[in-house]
Design a protein around this ligand. Structure first.
Ligand SMILES: *Cc1c(COP(=O)(O)O)cnc(C)c1O
Length: 398
């Protein structure tokens, strides 16, 4: 079998050096999730659902409370009515009334699809790809923003992901200057990668997508906001209508998968982290520049691989698609996806459309032709796809 070659073994062994750390994080997070299920007395009745307004839907309201506990927050809003992570982040910004007044992005520009949500200024990342603390301080004093956005993952940028400790430091800088500035964290791809979450670092609101980490691969749609009660209530009004807020909008039969997905999420996130590590190890052995490097700490699930050439990038992305369980026969083409600046090519042979907790690989078609690989419901299937993509690049000989 191809997968038994020496190179495959070396890549696995290099990746596996970090597995104990990943397993420990998954264990700690699994225990926190389980304890929240027990504390909130989750039962079969939580999976029933209301119709129409869905007033008092027990499963929905219980999940909000449970989710708040898991994410170290006072309150949470977990809804299939959020069409995506972008929608949840946009609602959080609207709640902070920064959709009209603008906000300050603290570490580089916001993620492509978030850019149109509201006017913004941004602080470029430091040359080493990390937050530029002095520049952040200066920008807050200059712009006097009502809200700031802190994006945990790197997005399509050559910057470092932020750890929860980094986020805490940024929140400290902001609140030292002005207590009243609302801190919003784009938590996409970061959930369950560490033992802590941004609300423990003091952010007012954190938001993300249910078809990424916290959906555990089972959720078919939705998003969440967790944070201080006052702001989560405001966000609920931004989602539905003032006066209705969180009282309406049922789970429409999807509730059980939200619970079950959350229950699996710490483990599935660990599978995605291991897949990313294998990709980093293998591609580095083959001479490609990768970020993060195999031995670096990981604070989110994406793995950047620099190809430097359009044709090589396309071959890799297409080979990932061909090694996917769904639509393996498709040939991804660069296209103008709504919300993105450049054409984007995307391998997403997924059970849920666009679900990037399932193995997916996407790239904006611009220099330096970097692919962003993320997800993998199981380490076995994730690394197999990465391996096959590497073999395809090398003309079938590894
Ligand atoms: C995926 C992502 C988003 C947007 O989420 P969608 O569910 O695709 O709308 C926002 N920010 C970051 C960093 C992301 O990775």
């Amino acid at each position: 079998m191809r997968s038994e070659t020496d190179l495959f073994r070396r890549a696995h062994e290099k990746a596996a050096l970090s597995f104990p750390r990943i397993d420990l994080v998954a264990s700690v997070n699994t225990e926190r999730v389980l304890d929240a299920f027990i504390r909130h007395r989750v039962s079969d009745a939580c999976f029933a659902f209301g119709t129409g307004y869905a007033y008092g839907e027990r499963g929905r309201d219980t999940l909000d409370k449970l989710w708040a506990d898991v994410f170290f927050a006072e309150d949470a809003l977990v809804r299939v009515q959020f069409v995506s992570g972008t929608h949840a982040i946009a609602c959080a910004l609207r709640a902070a009334r920064s959709d009209a007044q603008g906000y300050l992005s603290l570490v580089g520009e916001p993620y492509d699809t978030v850019k149109p949500a509201a006017p913004y200024n941004f602080v470029p990342e430091a040359p080493d790809g990390k937050a530029d603390r002095d520049a952040v301080r200066a920008a807050i004093i200059r712009h006097k923003p009502r809200a700031v956005l802190i994006q945990r993952s790197c997005g399509y940028r050559r910057r470092k992901a932020l750890s929860v400790a980094d986020i805490a430091e940024l929140v400290g800088i902001v609140k030292d200057i002005d207590e009243d500035i609302v801190t919003v964290c784009d938590n996409c791809y970061g959930e369950f990668c560490e033992e802590s979450e941004p609300c423990a670092a003091g952010v007012d609101m954190t938001a993300g997508s249910l078809i990424k980490n916290p959906g555990g691969g089972l959720c078919v749609a939705g998003g969440y906001i967790a944070g201080k009660k006052y702001w989560v209530d405001k966000a609920a009004q931004a989602l539905t209508a003032p006066g209705i807020g969180r009282e309406c909008g049922g789970s429409l039969g999807l509730g059980r998968s939200l619970y079950q997905g959350l229950f699996l999420a710490p483990h599935v996130t660990a599978q995605a982290l291991k897949t990313a590590l294998f990709a980093a190890s293998l591609m580095e052995l083959l001479g490609y520049e990768v970020c993060p490097r195999p031995e670096e700490e990981r604070y989110e699930i994406t793995q950047a691989i620099k190809f430097g050439r359009r044709d090589i990038l396309l071959s890799f992305v297409r080979a990932v698609q061909h090694a996917s369980p769904v639509d393996s026969f498709a040939e991804p083409q660069p296209w103008n996806m709504p919300g993105y600046d450049d054409e984007v090519v995307m391998a997403a042979g997924t059970f849920v459309q666009g679900a990037s907790i399932e193995l997916s690989c996407d790239a904006p078609m611009r220099e330096p032709y970097t692919a962003y690989l993320q997800g993998g419901l199981t380490y076995e299937s994730g690394r197999l796809a990465v391996w096959r993509a590497a073999v395809a690049l090398e003309g079938g000989a590894l």
